[in-house]
Design a protein around this ligand. Structure first.
Ligand code: FE2
Length: 241
């Protein structure tokens, strides 16, 4: 019999997290899944890992991926139709990952996760000077701001006060699971570990784009490493979504 104390060594799935709040599973509209066939393959494999709900978050990034509600909705419909054909009953919906740059505008029609949660990212090169204003304007308009993968912004690594400031402003943080495998490098991993210790994270997601991500995520989950690292962490994925 597996004792309660040994349970940590035996959890090799992601059922405890349940909802993937950040991924690029919708086909052909950003740098994620290339077609419906690949989308279905990714969804099938993630479901086998224990995820039971997917909120797809394609990039909306004027320069590279100028998606709209129409392009995202169509891609979601395509995937839903393909799931029906495959007789897969999966809870899947769509929001977006908004690149905050000079072209980003706060409007009433932003694509949100449930409860008016909006997922934003910024350039990995430097902090945008108007980030706090955008956060403030979004909050004023009634949105709850989630910053995607804060651990990946190298310009914050030596500036923990910036993380503190954003948390003080009420920004929610979303961890990329792959950060904990060292996939993005040791500095990102240690920053993620530090943010976990401070309990700064609110959500976790796969941010899955392609097969290499999938393989790394499977390794992290199926070896039991992920649960050992963060299985006890109070993520709000299931609670809020
Ligand atoms: Fe992403």
């Amino acid at each position: 019999m597996i004792s309660f104390f040994n349970r940590k060594n035996y959890v090799r799935d992601a059922e405890w997290l349940g909802v993937d709040v950040h991924n690029h599973l919708l086909p052909g509209i950003d740098d994620g899944a290339v077609d419906t066939l690949q989308s279905i393959g990714f969804i099938r494999e993630l479901t086998e890992l224990g995820f039971n709900k997917f909120i797809c978050t394609p990039h909306i990034f004027t320069e590279l991926y100028p998606n709209t509600i129409a392009t995202i909705t169509q891609a979601l419909v395509d995937v839903k139709n393909a799931l029906v054909k495959e007789e897969l009953d999966i809870d899947i919906s769509a929001a977006a990952e908004y690149m905050v740059d000079e072209t980003f505008k706060v409007t009433e029609t932003l694509l949100c996760l449930p409860g008016q949660h909006i997922l934003i990212e910024m350039s990995y090169l430097s902090e945008i000077p108007f980030l706090e204003k955008v956060v403030f304007d979004l909050q004023l308009a009634g949105f709850k701001v989630i910053l995607a993968h804060p651990e990946r912004y190298g310009f914050y690594h030596k500036k923990p006060e910036r993380y503190e400031r954003l948390k003080d402003m009420g920004v929610l943080f979303q961890l990329n699971l792959l950060a904990l495998s060292g996939y993005y490098g040791t500095e990102v991993k240690s920053t993620a570990t530090g943010l976990l210790k401070k309990e700064y994270y609110d959500f976790a997601g796969t941010d899955l784009h392609h097969n290499i991500h999938l393989k790394a995520i499977k390794d992290l989950i199926c070896t039991g490493k992920l649960y050992k690292m963060i299985g006890d962490y109070p993520f709000k994925n299931k609670m809020l979504f």
